[in-house]
Design a binder for this molecule. Structure first.
Ligand code: FUL
Length: 488
């Protein structure tokens, strides 16, 4: 039902005005929705996190160490974690997740449960604690800190003897959870998969691990293939599905036993809120290899990843591995600076801000749900429709003719994720022309479109599982980087 009739708008305005001051209802719509926990909302709002793979592999030129490495190989000559954190902060990352222990079992902190750690390395004469340094540098810079601790441990002799190893792992986990201040995320890797020949008959007690994290670090988000707070996106390329629900039926999944396709798209009828985390490395490998210095991802590739992760209701977890010196390589640092420059330039001004808006349905005709909230640059105010209305249109009249090539839509996740399909139209040469379309929106949907110059756009919610609740619309003009590739 397209918008028309100014008189109807006057009536809405009059009735909305008389309800000014009304609060957003606790529950909008006719269904019970799966909702995010506040810690998950905070996680999603970070959008962009640094992943740091650093261990003996950095020095042996390997990706998966086998646990026989001599701790003496770990010896960064110019370790500078402040440089890492500065590079990450300048890139716009909000948290740093470090591989405290990768599959080789070598610990970047002096764990009292093993000799296989920095304490037997020449670095700082065995007196160093890398996690202490990074967590401190993060705190000083105002970034959050998180840890990756591989359940798979190829060094530890008790690995394969389930309860002994689980007790060992709990001991190490306790050290991580108690010695380095607040953690933003704890990352449980699913490798190697359940059926891998590399996997000994070790049964992990994830229930126990997770309850320990909840008890000692209740604000930390728990990552594993199946969540519970955030899930693996099903690939290591950094791309969420074009359709990406934050819901998942967790009972169908387990770490190391996940259907990548379903993880990529999530599940519309999922019973749990488990948004997608898109992990990818800036280089081909997760660890630094000098042979890959000329294979750092291009600016175009990183931008594609950004639009395919943050722009598809995911969080981007970008790995930037320090080199043997213990520094972020100049090439990677420069690439991140270029990347940030383009994003800053793109998102510096929302051309839809302050637009005049009209919607063909406004919930109960109340001002608190008016479409003007979509153009107010405040993600805490919303537009919503009446119960039973699952398709609707909003017209935005911009403050003048504007040129843009990126459109943004955001759902108000405190009411769950609802939109199943949408289209964006622009008023061009006297008619509405579709310039973008998609399925899910979620926290943020970014669409790269062919450059358009117009004064009017229309957002059409075509279908939703319940009445739609959106909070922001954005229009941006990205600088031309090799043609600002159109992803739809
Ligand atoms: C995988 C691991 O096997 C890789 O080495 C890397 O840590 C990646 C993030 O997860 O499962």
């Amino acid at each position: 039902m397209p918008f028309s009739k100014p008189i109807a708008w006057m009536m809405i305005w009059v009735s909305a005005a008389s309800f000014a001051g009304t609060k957003i209802e606790e529950k909008i719509g006719t269904r019970d929705h799966v909702l995010p926990h506040p810690r998950q909302l905070r996680w999603q709002q970070r959008e962009f996190t640094a992943f740091v793979h650093f261990t003996v592999n950095t020095f042996t030129d390997a990706e998966w160490g086998d646990g026989t490495e001599d701790p003496a190989v770990f010896n960064p000559s110019e370790l500078d974690v402040r440089q890492w954190v500065q590079v990450f902060k300048d890139a716009g990352m909000k948290m740093v997740i470090v591989t405290a222990k990768h599959h080789d079992g070598f610990c970047l902190w002096p764990s009292r449960y093993t000799e296989h750690s920095v304490k037997n390395s020449p670095w700082k004469n065995g007196k160093g604690d890398l996690l202490k340094e990074v967590s401190k540098a993060c705190r000083e810079a105002g970034l959050e800190f998180g840890v990756y601790i591989s359940p798979w441990d190829r060094h530890e002799p008790t690995y394969g003897q389930s309860s002994e190893y689980n007790a060992f792992y709990m001991g190490q986990l306790t050290e991580l959870l108690t010695q380095y201040g607040p953690l933003g995320e704890v990352w449980f890797d699913g490798a190697p998969g359940e059926n891998s020949p590399l996997r000994k008959k070790q049964v992990y007690d994830f229930t126990m691990y997770r309850s320990l994290v909840r008890r000692l670090q209740p604000d930390a988000c728990l990552f594993a293939d199946d969540g519970p707070d955030c899930r693996w996106v099903g690939n290591e390329d950094g791309f969420a599905g074009e359709t990406c629900w934050s819901m998942l039926n967790r009972s169908e999944f387990a770490p190391g036993q996940a259907d990548p396709k379903k993880l990529n798209t999530g599940q519309i009828d999922g019973t749990d809120w488990v948004p997608a985390e898109c992990d990818v490395s800036i280089r081909p490998g997760w660890f630094y290899h000098a042979s890959q210095d000329d294979k750092v991802k291009t600016l175009e590739h990183l931008l594609d990843i950004y639009y395919g992760s943050v722009g598809r209701n995911g969080l981007l977890l970008l790995n930037v591995p320090p080199d043997k010196r213990g520094k972020i390589h100049e090439t990677d640092a420069e690439r991140l600076r270029q990347f940030r420059r383009i994003l800053d330039e793109t998102f510096k001004a929302n051309l839809a801000a302050g637009a005049d808006t009209k919607a063909d349905n406004v919930r109960k005709n109340l001002d608190v749900y008016s479409a003007s909230h979509l153009a107010d640059e405040n993600a805490d105010t919303i537009w919503a429709t009446d119960d039973g209305v699952t398709s609707a249109e909003i017209e935005l009249e911009l403050s003048g003719e504007k040129s843009f090539n990126v459109a943004m839509l955001q759902e108000y996740l405190r009411q769950g994720q609802r939109v199943k399909s949408f289209a964006v139209e622009a008023w061009l040469e006297g008619e509405w022309k579709q310039i973008a379309a998609g399925t899910t929106i979620g926290y943020k949907r970014l669409l790269r479109v062919e450059p358009v110059k117009t004064q009017k756009i229309k957002i059409r919610v075509l279908d939703a599982v319940d009445c739609p609740v959106l909070c922001e619309v954005g229009l941006f003009n990205a600088p031309n980087v090799a043609g600002n590739k159109v992803i739809q």
